[in-house]
Design a protein around this ligand. Structure first.
Ligand SMILES: Nc1ncnc2c1ncn2[C@@H]1O[C@H](COP(=O)(O)OP(=O)(O)OP(=O)(O)O)[C@@H](O)[C@H]1O
Length: 298
C-alpha cells in the first residue's frame, strides 16, 4: 500500500486548517493510500516531518498551509535520494506556488485535485545551504516586505506589498544599498533598493512578475530595481501589474542558473515571503527537483 503524509499548519490562513484534515484523509484513503497526519506546532516542524517521509519512503507528502509551510516542506527534501511527490492545499494569504502551478486556490478544490495523475516537475532553488520554492528578495525593500502583516495581506492581497513599499520610500526617500550581483558570466554593481530572483511567474501574489518564467526551465529570473524615487516607483508598479516589469527603464532583467549577491552593508533578505539570512547569499537552481501533483488538464 502506498503511504501519504499530510503535513498541516493549523495556524495557516484564517485558522480553519483543521477542517480540511478529514476531507484530505478521506480522499487519499479512497485512492488507496495509508495516511499519516502531522500537525506542525512551530517553525521547523514541517521540515522535520518531510525528512521522515523521505527517509521512510513515503510516496506522497501533502502540504496544507501557506507558502511558509510549503517552504519548510520543500526544505525537508534537501539532499534526499527519495523525494515523495508533493501535493499542495493552499491556505495562506498569497499562495504564490499554487498560483504558478494552477493548483486551485480554493482548498476544497485543491484537495479534490490530489487524485490527479498529472505530475509537474518543478525546479527548486538553493540559497546557501537551504532550499526555496519560489522567490528570494534582497535589499531594503525586501526587509520591509517581511513586515507586511497577514491582516493586510488578507485585506489588500498583493497590494499590501505596495502599501509597505511606499511607506518605506516615503519615510526614507532613497533606501538603496550598494549591491554586487554576480551571475553566470556577468556582474552588476550599483545602488539598488531591491533585487528579486524568482523561479516562477508569481511573486507576492502578482502573477505577472516574470511572465516568461516556466517552473521547470532551470533558471532564476532576476530583477534589479535601480535607484528608486517615489515617482518612478509608480511607473515600476504599473509595469509590474501589466507584466512588462523587465522592460522598464529602471529595471535590469536577466536569467541565470547561479547568482551571488553581496553588499558592504548589513542587508537582509526575504525568502518565500519570510525573513531570510543576511547577505552575502549564493543562489542556484536544482532543475526539476520536486514532483508536484497538479490538476488534470481540461
Ligand atoms: N502551530 C503553529 N502555530 C503558529 N505558527 C506555526 C505553527 N506551525 C507552524 N508555524 C509557523 O507558521 C509559519 C507561517 O505559516 P504559513 O506561511 O504556512 O501560513 P500563513 O502565515 O497563514 O500564510 P501566509 O504567509 O501566506 O500569510 C511557518 O513558517 C511556521 O514556522
Amino acid at each position: 500500500m502506498q503511504q501519504a503524509m499530510i503535513i498541516i499548519n493549523p495556524s495557516s490562513g484564517k485558522e480553519d486548517a483543521l477542517e480540511y484534515i478529514s476531507q484530505a484523509e478521506e480522499i487519499l484513503q479512497n485512492n488507496g493510500y495509508m495516511v499519516t497526519v502531522n500537525e506542525t506546532a512551530k517553525e521547523g516542524d514541517a521540515t522535520r516531518f518531510c525528512i521522515t517521509a523521505c527517509r521512510e519512503g513515503y510516496e506522497l507528502v501533502v502540504s496544507i498551509g501557506g507558502d511558509g509551510t510549503l517552504h519548510e516542506v520543500i526544505n525537508g527534501m534537501i539532499d534526499q535520494e527519495h523525494r515523495p511527490r508533493l501535493g499542495i492545499v493552499p491556505l495562506g494569504t498569497v499562495n504564490d506556488f499554487a498560483r504558478a502551478l494552477q493548483v486551485p486556490l480554493d482548498p476544497g478544490q485543491a484537495i479534490a485535485a490530489l487524485t490527479s495523475s498529472r505530475i509537474q516537475p518543478v525546479d527548486a532553488g538553493r540559497l546557501n545551504d537551504r532550499l526555496f520554492g519560489n522567490v528570494v528578495a534582497a535589499g531594503s525593500l525586501a526587509e520591509t516586505l517581511s513586515g507586511v502583516s497577514s491582516d493586510d495581506k488578507s485585506r489588500l492581497g498583493a497590494f499590501a506589498y505596495f502599501k509597505e513599499g511606499f511607506k518605506e520610500l516615503a519615510g526614507s526617500g532613497n533606501p538603496a544599498h550598494s549591491l554586487t550581483i554576480q551571475y553566470d558570466g556577468g556582474i552588476w554593481e550599483g545602488e539598488s533598493p531591491l533585487f528579486v530572483a524568482a523561479l516562477t511567474n508569481s511573486v507576492g501574489g502578482f502573477e505577472k512578475l516574470a511572465p516568461g518564467a516556466q517552473v521547470d526551465d532551470g533558471l532564476l529570473h532576476c530583477f534589479i530595481i535601480k535607484d528608486l524615487n517615489i515617482f518612478n516607483t509608480l511607473t515600476v508598479s504599473i509595469s509590474l501589474l501589466l507584466g512588462n516589469l523587465k522592460d522598464h527603464k529602471d529595471v535590469i532583467y536577466f536569467t541565470a542558473s547561479h547568482v551571488t549577491v553581496s553588499s558592504p552593508a548589513p542587508v537582509r533578505t526575504n525568502v518565500d515571503g519570510e525573513e531570510g539570512p543576511a547577505l552575502p547569499i549564493r543562489l542556484s537552481t536544482l532543475p526539476r527537483y520536486v514532483q508536484v501533483i497538479v490538476p488534470e488538464e481540461e
